[in-house]
Design a protein around this ligand. Structure first.
Ligand code: NDP
Ligand code: 2IT
Length: 444
C-alpha cells in the first residue's frame, strides 16, 4: 500500500463518524499524491501526513447562557487549532445548529491550505458552536457571545489564534466577542478580525470574500480566453459571501440572476437588486420571500433549485455539499463554463469530478474564497501597525492576492502534468509551503 493510502485508511478508522472531515482529507490526499510519491521515504519517516491530518489541539467547551425568558440554555463550543507551521492559527467561527466536531475539523483542515495559498503568515484553525442565532434577540446573541468568549479567551491571542466570522457570525457577533475578550484580558489587541471600523476593523473586509471570488473568476476566464462581461451568473446563498459576490459580479459587467437561503431561492431574470437584498438580509435579517414581495421581476421558489437555472457561471456561496451530482449534470446540460466556489466544500467529490470531466473550469473554495481570510491577515497587519489603510488600498491588495492565487494554482497543476485541474493545483501549492515549514521545524 502506498503512503497516501496507508494514511487515509488510518484517518478513516480514527474519524469514522466525521464524513465531512473525511471528504476534505480524501480530496487533499488524493491530489497531492504526486508530490508525496516524489518524497515518500522522507515523508513517511517524518510521519508528515499523519501530523497534517491530526489537529495540534482541539478545544470543546460548555456555553451556558440565559434566554429572554430567564431560562438557562446550554450549547457546545469548539476551537480546533489545526496547524501552526506557517503562522498563528487563523480561521472563522461558525454558529449553526449543524456544527459538531466533524464540521469544525473539515473547515480547519481546509483552512491550512487556503491560508498557505494567500502567501501570508497564517496557520489553520476553525471554531464555532451549535448555537442557532436565528430568531434570537440581540440580547440573547450578546449573552451567548459573552459566555462563548469567557471560555475561548483562554486559548486565543493576537499572536496565538485569531478567529473571525463564518456562517452565523458577522459584524454584530464579532463586536460582542471582542468586547468580552477585552474585558476579560484587559488587552486591546487584534485578537479577532472582521471587527467594526470604529474599533480596529479593516475597510473592505466585509466585502472581501465575495469580491475575491470574482477577482479570481475574472482572471480564470481571462486566462482561458473568455470574458466575464455579460455572463449570466447563478449564485447560491444570501449571506456575507453571496451578497458581495453578486455586487462585484455586477460591477464587472456580469448578471447574477439567483440567490437562496435555507428555505427557498430567488430567480430574478432582470438581475438581483443587491441593495434590496442587503436590506432584507443584513438589516431586517428576514427571509427571501420579502425580497420577492418587493421586486416584481423576481420569482420565489421553496426548497433548493438555483442550479437548474441556465447560467454561464455558477458560484456556490452557501454551505458544504450544496452542489451535488444531479446539480452538476443540470449545470453542464445548460452549458455552464465555470464553477467557482465561494463557500467551503460546497461541491461533492462526484459532482466535482463530473464538472472537471465535462470541461467546466472548476476552482475549489480554498483558492477562490481565500480573499476573506487574506483580508483578515491584512487587518492583522493594520492592527500591528496601529494604522488603517484606505478601501482602495485594501481592495487593490486583495485583487493582487487573488490574481496570484490563480497563477500559483495554475502553475502547480502544470508542474505536475495536470493542466486545468485547479483542485490538484490548489492542494499541491498549499501543501508544498506547509510541508516545507513543518519539516524545517522538526518533530512538533
Ligand atoms: P452567512 O451566515 O452570512 O450566510 C450563509 C448563507 O448560506 C445564508 O444565506 C444561509 O441561509 C445559507 N445557508 C447556510 N447554511 C445552510 C444550509 N445548511 N442549507 C442551506 N442554506 C444554508 O455565511 P457566509 O456568507 O459568511 O458563509 C457562506 C459560506 O462561505 C460558508 O461555507 C463559509 O464557510 C464560507 N466562507 C465564508 C467566509 C467569510 O469571510 N464569511 C470566507 C470564506 C468562506 P439562512 O440564512 O437561511 O441560514
Ligand atoms: O472560511 C474562511 O476562510 C472564513 N470564514 C474567514 C476566516 C478569517 O479568518 O477571516
Amino acid at each position: 500500500m502506498g503512503y497516501v493510502e496507508e494514511v487515509f485508511a488510518k484517518v478513516k478508522e480514527k474519524n469514522a463518524s466525521e464524513p465531512e472531515f473525511l471528504q476534505a482529507v480524501e480530496e487533499v490526499l488524493d491530489t497531492i499524491r504526486p508530490v508525496v510519491e516524489k518524497n515518500e521515504e522522507l515523508y513517511r519517516k517524518e510521519a508528515l501526513l499523519e501530523r497534517l491530518t491530526e489537529p495540534e489541539r482541539q478545544i470543546k467547551f460548555r456555553v451556558p447562557w440565559v434566554d429572554d425568558k430567564g431560562q438557562v440554555q446550554v450549547n457546545t463550543g469548539y476551537r480546533i487549532q489545526f496547524n501552526s507551521a506557517i503562522g498563528p492559527y487563523k480561521g472563522g467561527l461558525r454558529f449553526h445548529p449543524s456544527v459538531y466536531v466533524g464540521i469544525v475539523k473539515f473547515l480547519g483542515f481546509e483552512q491550512i491550505f487556503k491560508n498557505s495559498l494567500t502567501g501570508l503568515p497564517i496557520g489553520g484553525g476553525k471554531g464555532g458552536s451549535d448555537f442557532d442565532p436565528k430568531g434570537k434577540s440581540d440580547r440573547e446573541v450578546m449573552a451567548f457571545c459573552q459566555s462563548f468568549m469567557t471560555e475561548l479567551s483562554k486559548y486565543i491571542g493576537q499572536d496565538e489564534d485569531v478567529p473571525a466570522g463564518d456562517i452565523g457570525v458577522g459584524g454584530r457577533e464579532i463586536g460582542y466577542l471582542f468586547g468580552q475578550y477585552k474585558r476579560i484580558k484587559t488587552s486591546y489587541e487584534g485578537v479577532l478580525t472582521g471587527k467594526g471600523l470604529t474599533y480596529g476593523g479593516s475597510l473592505a473586509r466585509t466585502e472581501a470574500t465575495g469580491y475575491g471570488v470574482l477577482f479570481l473568476t475574472e482572471e480564470l476566464l481571462k486566462c482561458n480566453g473568455k470574458d466575464i462581461k455579460d455572463k449570466t451568473v447563478a449564485v447560491s446563498g444570501s449571506g456575507n459571501v453571496a451578497i458581495y459576490a453578486i455586487q462585484k459580479a455586477q460591477q464587472l459587467g456580469a448578471k447574477p440572476v439567483t440567490c437562496s437561503d435555507s428555505t427557498g431561492w430567488i430567480y430574478d431574470p432582470e438581475g438581483i437588486d443587491v441593495e434590496l437584498l442587503k436590506e432584507v438580509k443584513e438589516v431586517k435579517r428576514a427571509r427571501l420571500t420579502e425580497y420577492a414581495a418587493k421586486r416584481s421581476s423576481a420569482e420565489y421558489h421553496e426548497g433548493k433549485g438555483v442550479w437548474s437555472v441556465k447560467a454561464d457561471i455558477a458560484l456556490p456561496c452557501a454551505t458544504q455539499n450544496e452542489l451535488l451530482i444531479d446539480d452538476a449534470k443540470a449545470l453542464v446540460a445548460n452549458g455552464v463554463i465555470a464553477v467557482v466556489e465561494g463557500a467551503n466544500m460546497p461541491t461533492s467529490l462526484d459532482a466535482t469530478k463530473y464538472l472537471q470531466e465535462n470541461g467546466v473550469l472548476f476552482v475549489p473554495g480554498k483558492a477562490s474564497n481565500a480573499g476573506g481570510v487574506a483580508t483578515s491577515a491584512l487587518e492583522m497587519t493594520q492592527n500591528s501597525e496601529r494604522l488603517s489603510w484606505s478601501f482602495e488600498e485594501v481592495e487593490s491588495k486583495l485583487k493582487s492576492i487573488m490574481v496570484n492565487i490563480y497563477h500559483n494554482i495554475d502553475d502547480a497543476a502544470k508542474r505536475y502534468g495536470m493542466e486545468g485541474n485547479y483542485v490538484a493545483g490548489a492542494n499541491i501549492a498549499g501543501f508544498e509551503k506547509v510541508a516545507e515549514a513543518m519539516l524545517a521545524q522538526g518533530v512538533c
